[in-house]
Design a protein around this ligand. Structure first.
Ligand code: ATP
Ligand code: MG
Length: 419
């Protein structure tokens, strides 16, 4: 045997036994998002690296430390997408979608960040996210946040919704100057990362997870106290919208988004199902971003959810993985039976009945073993006698009961039995 080759560190296989959970959460996302008028967009996994330098920001961890960048045969600098917003906006602009008025889009797919792999943190992971373009009004923010909560609660996941406003270019600069001064005075009490961020991305210091930084930051000046009137009015209206929709939230003045382009609404859904509170989904408003990426001024708001983290939560909650199993397993008793089984399976599948068979044929016991392995609901043995009679015995694999059935009309009979 040759030496085996393993997957890249931090990049996971999803085997058939686990995929059912993903299919469930994805299917529910498609269903719920459609109820709110969001339509799916699919964009490339590889984009020009410049898209992220401009659209996410050079100073962010994502671009400065975590992005996979490569030269395409000495031509372009390309990147594996680390997030979905920039690419979605690029597509929105490139195809002139803005001429059609406000748009609500969603996406799902793999993202890549070169982080240290640990539970819930991988180098290839999957995000399910949405972007809504063209509406600046707070009713959209409330509707979108309520949609996330609707989706998660249909999955039986209880989360905490944290809400904040990160201001806008009118009120943030003055606040940032004060914050920077405040942080600089306390540099000695902060971790090395925080000291570095104080200069580059001071807002990000506020959500430092290092335990010794937390108490220091508790008394930091709050942007919420310094919002300009339009930002204040917007924030109050988002809150009123959520109240009206019956969505509970916590105002979290130190909640910031890691990306530079957010304005006003910032939100995060966290869960304690994985031990420490961890972020499952993060979102916010980015009214200047479409323009930054070369489009016409277009407000927008979106979120992204980490699908691995959601799957881990569903697992921790003990939610069963939906399994698709054959309704019937056809067992061949002899050569005539084997031919009949092949033909009957084809007829059943054409009639929409999930069925399976053991293509090896052979001993009945082994075929029944296979029927159990695939968790078939019923089994039907066909041999020359059954073929001649046009009739067989349908065995319920759970109760072991056998009922005579006519082979003609079997599909209808099975569908009846399944309900
Ligand atoms: P964190 O603070 O956990 O690093 P982030 O701010 O980098 O999160 P976002 O860029 O907002 O995360 O991405 C949205 C969601 O994607 C996160 O809430 C998380 O659920 C998920 N996510 C982010 N990075 C990873 C990763 N490396 N592996 C798995 N999921 C991830
Ligand atoms: Mg991160």
């Amino acid at each position: 045997m040759s030496a085996k080759i393993n997957a890249v560190k931090g990049m996971n296989d999803l085997l058939p036994g686990a995929v059912g959970r993903w299919q469930e959460l994805e299917a529910l996302a498609r269903e719920v998002f459609a109820l709110y008028g969001y339509r799916e967009v699919r964009t490339p996994v590889v984009e020009p690296a410049a898209l992220y330098s401009r659209g996410v920001g050079e100073q962010t961890d994502i671009v400065s430390k975590e992005m996979y960048v490569f030269e395409d045969k000495g031509e372009d600098r390309l990147a594996l997408r680390p997030e979905g917003t920039a690419g979605t906006i690029r597509a929105f602009i490139e195809h002139g979608a803005f001429v059609d008025g406000p748009q609500k889009w969603f996406y799902m797919g793999p993202m890549f960040r070169r982080e240290r792999p640990q539970k819930g943190r991988y180098r290839q992971f999957h995000q399910i996210g949405v972007e809504a373009f063209g509406i600046a009004e707070p009713a959209l923010d409330a509707e979108q946040i309520a949609m996330v909560e609707d989706w998660l609660s249909r999955l039986g996941v209880k989360t905490t919704l944290k809400l904040n406003s990160v201001g806008d270019p009118a009120c943030r600069p003055a606040y940032l100057a004060d914050l920077t001064a405040w942080l600089t005075e306390r540099a000695g009490q902060l971790c090395a990362d925080c000291r570095e961020r104080t200069a580059k991305n001071p807002l990000r210091v506020l959500d430092c997870k290092v335990p010794t930084c937390q108490p220091v930051l508790q008394s930091a000046p709050r942007l919420l106290d310094r919002l300009c009137d339009p930002c204040r009015v917007h924030f109050d209206a988002v809150r009123a919208g959520l109240d009206a929709l019956g969505v509970a939230y916590l105002v979290e003045p130190r909640l910031v988004r890691g990306l530079d382009y957010y304005v006003r609404t910032a939100y995060e859904f966290t869960s304690d199902a994985l031990g420490a509170q961890s972020a499952v989904a993060g979102g916010g408003r980015y009214d200047g971003l479409v323009e930054t990426l070369g489009g016409p001024p277009t407000p927008g708001i979106g979120f992204a959810l980490g699908a691995e983290r959601l799957a881990l939560i569903l697992e921790a909650l003990g939610r069963p993985i939906p399994v698709r199993r054959p309704l019937v397993f056809l067992v061949a008793a002899d050569e005539a039976g084997a031919a009949a089984v092949l033909k009957l399976s084809s007829d059943l599948r054409k009639a929409g009945v999930a069925c399976d068979l053991d293509a090896r044929g052979g001993k009945l016991a082994r075929q029944f073993k296979q029927a159990e392995r695939v968790a078939a609901r019923f089994a039907l043995v066909l041999g020359s006698a059954e073929v001649a009679a046009g009739e067989g015995k349908l065995k319920d694999m759970t109760t072991r009961q056998e009922t005579p059935v006519k082979l003609a009309g079997l599909a209808a009979h099975l569908r009846e039995a399944a309900t």
